[in-house]
Design a protein around this ligand. Sequence first.
Ligand code: NDP
Length: 391
Amino acid sequence: MRRVSILGATGSIGQNTIDLIARDPEAYDVVALTGAGNIAQLAEDARRLGADLAVTAHEDRLDDLRAALAGSGVEAAAGQAALTEAGARPADWVMSAIVGAAGLAPGLAALEQGATLALANKESLVCAGALVLEIAARHDARLLPVDSEHSAVFQALAGEDMAAVERIVITASGGAFRDWPLERLAQATLAEASSHPNWDMGQRITIDSASMFNKALELIETREYFGIDPERIEVLVHPESLIHALVGFNDGALMAHVGAPDMRHAIGYALHWPERRALPVPRLDLAQVGQLNFRAPDDARYPALRLARAVMARGGLSGAVFNAAKERALDAFIAGRIGFLDMAGVVEQVLDRFEANPGLIDAAMTLDNVVQTDHLARDWADNVMAAKRAG
Ligand code: NDP
């Protein structure tokens, strides 16, 4: 039996992971499940799957979780340290699907115990790519991509030599506003930004898709995971979201990964790797699809991509600054405090403050430094937004 844990079990990726695991209960021994506010879902899944441990990120919800698990024999815990302890519980395979920088420490704990880490939490690589890879190497732990684009690249690279790769192309649907006139974007509402044309995902990543901050994070993730020069990573707008990524080789061949937009493919590939097993995902009928469309991303519409390129050029802790500022700006947009287009402006101003801090630019990439920089960048983002409101 394989021991598995799911960090972020109550979210969109977590639930899709549980869907796959629950289809073959004899094959898996569920060690830990984590969530945050959705206590009822966490407790229900922990009971159903017979987990050893259930953890909520919210310390003030521990009593609720205990009550929901009463009589089940599942251990309950709460808080940041308990999340990291969930990642550290001995397991063979751990899904990292907490949203945001909060996923970094529990994922690192999983790598430190030598588990295979299936990484949906792209923020880990954006904030601390070098650290994540170094810890994985030191503990002989494997890191498998779950983001659909990165899983697609990983699959296209199977049996290939990285030296023969000329470029990596990650596709983007263009999000909810890809066909909106530019001047309308400033008025985009939360409800409009929270609906994706092709994928069913958590609210935060859906809004990040509309602003292309999600693709910006994925550019950095591609750079970190595959170690390829930023100039050789391209973004291609592909409204149908059927080709997830392409790898261009030095003989001119382009290997594309094509599939229905269903995250259970990438999750299942990481779950069964290195084998490829049958998965309950829709099969594509390309004759029915008929046509696939592509266009270059419009820089004026998507400033997040330009900011990501600046982050890749700077390296170091700039990814942690970028992500933290983006998370705060997104919080403010969700709370109705800033407009849709203001998010990129906030992130850009926070990156400018980072650039004016030589001590931070040269700081070593340790977990402490990443966490402190993350906190500092959140404060800077709050200051930038407060100044804007006051002005
Ligand atoms: P969701 O918002 O659906 O789920 C997030 C999960 O994290 C939930 O379990 C949530 O708990 C938990 N959580 C929220 N805040 C915290 C916190 N502060 N500390 C600990 N846990 C917390 O997100 P998704 O599943 O959509 O995305 C998860 C990750 O996977 C993200 O990094 C995203 O970018 C990435 N990803 C997602 C894809 C998708 O299709 N959804 C595709 C590719 C990557 P609760 O719900 O109980 O509050």
